[in-house]
Design a protein around this ligand. Structure first.
Ligand SMILES: [Mg+2]
Length: 272
């Protein structure tokens, strides 16, 4: 069944929808068939929704631009990224009083002070792990030394993903989460243990932020649609929202049927 057909019958059960983007609404620059029509239906009915993305290396404006170019109408204000939770977290933890070292590319950080020159790393109060092209070897060696000297300084990782499907090459890209865990393993083998602070899906912070934006206390009436069991489904289930998997991305029907516990989707759709 397609989500739009389910929604025509069952929409009364829900107040809002949170959409994953890649593999759910688009695949790279191509729209997934039916996505634009379903969003048009929600707009017509006044159903609130957000696009929830673990892409922390583009701004929300850039991300809405990608969607628009793929034929999916999206406003910047409708995008919640894994970085959306950072400004408030930084304020609470006091990171906003110092400078964070930025690795790779990051999107909106709400005016936090960032340093990109490795010469300034030592003075930074923590590290913010982005993605994109950067000299990973030089950076990782510097970061390893930094965290051996300062294991208590925060290692902030907006995107916890191990990898992501690269629609351009057909292969995979290594996500910031995968890179952070490599650095953590290197440090562990050298006798220093650090724990990265993850912000995006499946961590509950991004779902709490979205629920706050929606102004909805009843989490079980927020439907979360995505293509990843480990990210979208687990995150929705653990945050008390209602999970729905689409089979247009990285998960097969067999994997969906075998999923258990927090990984198990409450609904499965062929597509949006
Ligand atoms: Mg996805």
């Amino acid at each position: 069944m397609k989500l739009i057909d389910f929604w025509r019958e069952e929409s009364v059960r829900f107040d809002a929808i949170l959409f994953d983007i890649d593999g759910t609404l688009v695949y790279g620059p191509q729209p997934i068939p039916g996505a634009a029509e379903f969003l048009a239906l929600l707009r017509r009915d006044g159903t609130p929704f957000f696009f929830l993305t673990n892409d922390g290396d583009h701004t929300r404006r850039q991300k809405s631009g990608f969607l628009n170019r793929a034929g999916i109408e999206a406003a910047e204000s409708e995008v919640i990224s894994c970085l959306s939770v950072l400004p408030e977290l930084a304020r609470r933890r006091g990171w906003d009083r110092g400078t964070l070292f930025q690795v790779g590319r990051v999107g909106d950080t709400g005016g936090l002070k960032l340093e990109r020159d490795l010469a300034g790393l030592e003075q930074c109060c923590g590290v913010l792990m982005g993605e994109g092209n950067y000299d990973w070897r030089t950076s990782w060696e510097a970061l390893t030394g930094f965290f051996r000297r300062h294991p208590d300084r925060p290692f902030i990782v907006p995107n916890p993903d191990t990898c992501w499907p690269n629609a351009v090459t057909g292969g995979i890209g290594i996500g910031a989460g995968g890179q952070a865990r490599c650095i953590r393993l290197l440090l562990h083998e050298m006798g220093t243990d650090i724990e990265p602070i993850y912000l995006g899906k499946p961590c509950t912070a991004i779902y709490d932020f979205a629920a706050e934006q929606l102004g909805m206390a009843e989490r079980s009436r927020i439907l979360c649609i995505g293509d990843s069991l480990a990210s979208d489904i687990r995150g929705a289930n653990n945050s008390g929202m209602y999970s729905g998997l689409v089979l247009t991305g990285i998960t097969s029907r067999e994997q969906a049927e075998q999923a258990r516990g927090e990984y198990r989707p409450r609904l499965v759709f062929e597509s949006v």
